[in-house]
Design a protein around this ligand. Structure first.
Ligand code: CMX
Length: 435
């Protein structure tokens, strides 16, 4: 059967022609106006980036190469006896727009297992980190250090031709994804005193290995959760902080390790990926304050108190979405199937009935509905992974899939250095002085 790299090599020439044709026909057309408010307002809604793996609709949520999360659950290959899609298959889909065969999916599991080992010095870097250093900081350091063995950086030094950039970028991306379970597992075990890291099993899929490295490999339901988790966290179009950062840094021809290390530093922010940690902290505080018998009225008061304290409700709101995040819904459905009576799950469901009305009444947030981070921690906690400052690492493992896929395409399509225009407030005043 054909490998992912072989299939990609077939698809690239046609896509280069496709892009040429689009630019020839539409290149000079305008999307619309750019307002001064967008410059001050975090570029919200500004059409500025090409991103092929996924597109986000404000009402409907994410589609990976045109497929919704339920489509992926129905159509992508699964593990024997499993019902969640395999992240291996999702990566193939993100890169090619096609659903791989079960054999092709399995070949990716094998290839990633074969590439999983870390250089010894990276293991040492992690082992020397104090357990008080945040897991995301450790994660970013280790990923950045993998640049030591980058095929792209080496090929560039040897004078590789621009048209061949995608090949070593692909190799680095495969290595990056393959090595993440060992990095994540090592951080988890070091920080939380969980003993020695077991070896990767080449006969197991990516998520099963990740679960084993974290110490939960015997729990098949947890492995299924990780499969779903990685798929839904993989990609969320190009403008979010982690995706855009990876693309931006990659545009300087920094290799995938440097580019994705930068993505992780953005994901580590509380308004982005760290929100999954913040949700759990917020829930625990709520329980500590209110006790176990939590009425709707008490929740309402707690949500109001958070807002009045000048803080955000973590896990609620979104820069693009205007409805409940389908990634939240997918996790809720998983919970209904596997842990319907879990008290923390019930609490999250209860908050879902209350927080949106409070946010609407407060009148600031454009989207009062929950996002992906409102639900993920509760599922992990249920299976015993209750060290919440580790949660964003799992988001990071997943986000590598989307960022890597676009980095490969960016190099294949010869994407240029990113360099938008900036203005000072004085310059803006001058430009519009007489308009
Ligand atoms: N709680 C309280 N206030 C909120 C809010 C929330 N959950 N969501 C938005 N707001 C506020 C904003 O802080 C902003 O206030 P100011 O005008 O005082 O600055 C106002 O409502 C308008 O913001 P917005 O246009 O609705 O939202 P943005 O596009 O600026 O920001 C986001 C989006 C996600 C950062 C914001 O909704 C938020 O802070 N949510 C909580 C953190 C969170 O869950 N982040 C995870 C997002 C998903 C992910 O990336 O992982």
């Amino acid at each position: 059967t054909q490998t992912l790299k072989e299939r990609l090599a077939e698809l690239i020439p046609a896509e280069i022609e496709n892009v040429k044709a689009v630019r020839k026909e539409h290149g000079a057309k305008a999307f619309g106006q750019v307002t001064v408010d967008q410059v001050y307002g975090g570029m919200r809604g500004l059409p500025a980036l090409l991103w092929d793996g996924s597109v986000l609709d404000a009402e409907e949520g994410i589609r990976f190469r045109g497929k919704t999360i339920p489509d992926c659950q129905a159509q992508l290959p699964k593990a024997p006896g499993g019902s969640e899609p395999l992240p291996e298959a999702l990566f193939w889909l993100l890169l090619t727009g096609e659903v791989p065969t079960p054999e092709q999916t399995q070949a990716l599991s094998k290839e990633w297992a074969a590439r999983a080992q870390l250089p010894e010095f990276v293991e040492e870097i992690l082992d020397r980190c104090p357990p008080t250093l945040h897991p995301m900081t450790q994660f970013s350091m280790a990923v950045t250090a993998l640049n030591h063995d980058s095929a792209f950086a080496k090929a560039y030094q040897q004078g590789i031709s621009k048209k061949d950039y995608w090949g070593p970028t692909f190799e680095d991306s495969m290595d990056l994804i393959a090595k993440l379970p060992n990095i994540a597992g090592r951080i988890y075990r070091n920080v939380f005193g969980k003993g020695k890291l077991p070896a990767i099993d080449p006969s197991k899929d990516y998520s099963a290995n990740l679960a084993t490295l974290l110490g939960f490999g015997d729990n098949e339901a947890f492995v299924e959760l990780l499969r779903l988790y990685v798929v839904i966290h993989s990609d969320h179009e190009g403008g979010n902080v982690s995706a855009h950062t990876g693309k931006l840094v990659g545009s300087a021809l920094s290799d995938p390790f440097l580019a994705f290390g930068a993505s992780l530093n953005g994901l580590a922010g509380p308004l982005h990926g760290l929100a999954n940690q913040e949700v759990l902290i917020w829930l625990r505080k709520m329980k500590a304050q209110i006790g176990d018998d939590i009425s709707d009225e008490k929740i309402k008061e707690y949500v109001w108190a958070t807002l009045k304290g000048g803080q955000v409700i973590p896990g609620y709101g979104h820069a693009v979405l205007r409805k409940t995040d389908p990634r939240y819904t997918a996790q809720r459905e998983f919970a209904l199937k596997h842990l319907p009576d879990d008290p923390l799950f019930k609490l999250v469901g209860q908050i879902y009935k209350i927080a949106p009305d409070v946010l609407l009444e407060a009148g600031k947030a454009k989207n009062p509905w929950p996002n992906v981070d409102a639900h993920s921690g509760v599922l992990l906690t249920y299976y015993g992974l209750d060290q919440m400052n580790f949660y964003t690492v799992l988001f990071g493992v997943s986000r590598a899939f989307g960022v890597a896929a676009q980095l490969i395409w960016d190099r294949a399509l010869g994407a240029p250095l990113e360099r938008p225009k900036s203005y000072s407030t004085e310059a803006i005043k001058k430009i519009f002085a007489n308009k």
